[in-house]
Design a protein around this ligand. Sequence first.
Ligand code: SF4
Length: 200
Amino acid sequence: MGKVRGFLEISRKKPGDRPITERVHDYKEFVLPLADQDLRDQGARCMDCGIPFCHEGCPLGNHIPDWNDHIYHGRTTDAVAALHATNNFPEVTGRVCPAPCEASCVLNLQGQPVTIKTIERAIADYAAESGFFRPVRPQIRSGKRVAVIGSGPAGLAAAPPPPRCRRRCRRPPRRCPRPGSRARGRAGAARDSPPRSARG
Ligand code: SF4
């Protein structure tokens, strides 16, 4: 678990935002990361509940108390493995998920849930910066094949598991040559529209 009595000694700390006057001029990320020591302190607040309601709240069933503990003890590599055990896109969910895990956290009874989403994003960013995103290649293949139709978020989420169970998975040819077409199209449209400050 995190630090014994950590939740009594350490307050919840949320990441800050870039100033509005600055961020209206671009589409860059506006949520600032927490400092390493702050992240460890926030991980220390987790009580490793006997019944972790954060699990119930998370649609993915993420192993939240595990990574909180890894972060608190500075075992970042273990935190990456624990996070990716259940989540194929933590770099996305750590940013856009409404965090029902935090709403379900037992510490939310006092309005001070563990900053789960912030910790998740930090672990995913560390994984990306440290080269942990690598294809999982099975040592033995079963010879069976699985077709995943579509390469949006659902298809991308479904695609990684087959190699882990020794099946070959290949994205079929389609109109859009790049994965995530629908989400990519919307993001692209937003990116190509003029910033708010430049509109009439
Ligand atoms: S409910 Fe909150 S305090 Fe309990 S294990 Fe989950 S994150 Fe930790």
